[in-house]
Ligand binder design. Structure first.
Ligand SMILES: Nc1ncnc2c1ncn2[C@@H]1O[C@H](COP(=O)(O)OP(=O)(O)O)[C@@H](O)[C@H]1O
Ligand SMILES: N[C@@H](CCOP(=O)(O)O)C(=O)O
Length: 349
């Protein structure tokens, strides 16, 4: 019996101005415990999945419907392996709440890519794993930070014509919903992703900075929160974000961190103003909690596509979170909050 564990962190994407560009890995994890029996000649036994923690009541346990195992099957099939190993057992324990802007789907995709690589013993590089992840989650911020760990910036390479075609395969072809009785042989293998889609760099991070995640008790799907965004922006708004992002990536590595610099550098005009219609209380929380009213606070923004608020701070965590709770309560929204540290990247043990 071969056994291994895959551990993938939560992520907070954007950090204000870095829409679809930067992500930060956080100390909540999706953990897969995997057992693979030795190969034998007997009839194919479908994977058995069990699940605990966040999302346990809604996540599909059918390996052909579950996001993580579908991604694993995509990696297996692209590398010439037609099916899961017979008798595969997988237990997922998840600490990352679904649909809250803490990268649960990015973590599930990275867990799936790593699972496929381990099951097939392909020994793929991190860069190649990222190619597979980017064919599923097509913005790089969450998946790159979840794979690499820390505070990470990424871009997608401009693809040539052939690669653009290969990368434009619809998600339904990358991740077909295989019928549950698929057995060992069903359908065509999906086309492998082009190589070198995503490129990244890890920024420094000032050790005393912690992340307070203020998590509303409602889900907002990333797809829905992307639908409200415009397709065109003014030069003024683009420059506003670019100026802040350039400062932010270095300001968060300085010790001691400078609240005046960071608070302003975490403002955004590309996504947050449009998402406030979906997240009552968002403008109030981000404007009423400041380094002046709450010493120790460095900056505050929407986490990913929301609805979670991310406050970066060095002290005063409880006061910051409880005051945000009060503002949300006036809008009729209850929240939970957690103080998180910056996590390392994904691991296999
Ligand atoms: N561990 C998981 N296993 C399977 N599916 C997951 C897992 N985590 C998230 N998902 C899927 O991703 C969806 C949430 O994705 P998304 O809307 O992008 O929000 P988030 O901000 O949490 O990433 C969930 O509703 C679920 O379908
Ligand atoms: N850049 C994306 C990030 C989505 O993050 P998630 O954690 O909400 O999935 C966006 O802002 O849409």
């Amino acid at each position: 019996m071969r056994q291994f564990t895959v551990k993938v962190p939560a992520t907070s994407a954007n950090i204000g101005p870095g829409f679809d560009v930067v992500g930060l890995s956080l100390s909540l994890h999706l953990i897969l415990k995997v057992s693979v029996p030795p190969a034998n000649e007997q009839a194919f036994v479908a994977p058995a999945i069990t699940y605990s923690g966040e999302g346990a009541d809604e996540v599909p346990l059918d390996a052909y419907k579950n996001l993580t195992t579908r991604v694993a099957l995509y990696v297996l099939r692209c590398n010439g392996v037609r099916s899961f190993p017979s008798g595969l057992k997988l237990h997922a324990h998840n600490e990352i709440p679904f649909g809250r802007g803490l990268g649960s789907s990015g973590a599930a995709v990275i867990a799936g890519v790593i699972l496929g690589n381990e099951l097939g013993q392909f020994n793929l590089s991190k860069e190649r794993l990222l190619d597979f992840a980017l064919m599923v989650e097509r913005h790089p911020d969450n998946v790159t930070a979840a794979l690499i760990g820390g505070f990470v910036g990424s871009y997608l390479r401009e693809l040539d014509e052939a690669d653009t075609l290969a990368a434009s395969v619809p998600l339904s072809e990358v991740l077909p919903e295989y019928p549950p009785d698929a057995g060992e042989d069903w359908g065509l293998n999906p086309p492998p992703p082009p190589s070198g889609i995503g490129h990244y760099v890890r920024f420094g991070w000032s050790e005393p900075i912690k992340a307070i995640a203020i998590i509303p008790r409602f889900e907002l799907s990333t797809a829905k929160a992307r639908e409200v965004l415009p397709s065109m922006y003014t030069r003024k708004d683009l420059v506003f974000n670019l100026q802040r992002l350039a400062v932010l990536t270095t300001a968060l590595a300085q010790n001691p961190p400078d609240p005046d610099l960071i608070y302003e550098a975490m403002k955004d005009r590309i996504h947050q103003p449009y998402r406030k219609t979906l997240i009552p209380g968002l403008p109030e929380v981000t404007s009423c909690i400041t380094p002046t009213t709450h010493p120790g606070l460095l900056g505050i923004c929407l986490s990913g596509a929301g609805p979670t608020i991310l406050a970066l701070a060095t002290t005063n965590f409880e006061k910051i979170a409880e005051d945000a709770r009060q503002i949300f309560r006036i809008k009729g929204i209850e929240v939970d909050w957690k103080v998180l540290t910056i996590a390392g990247g994904s691991q296999v043990e």
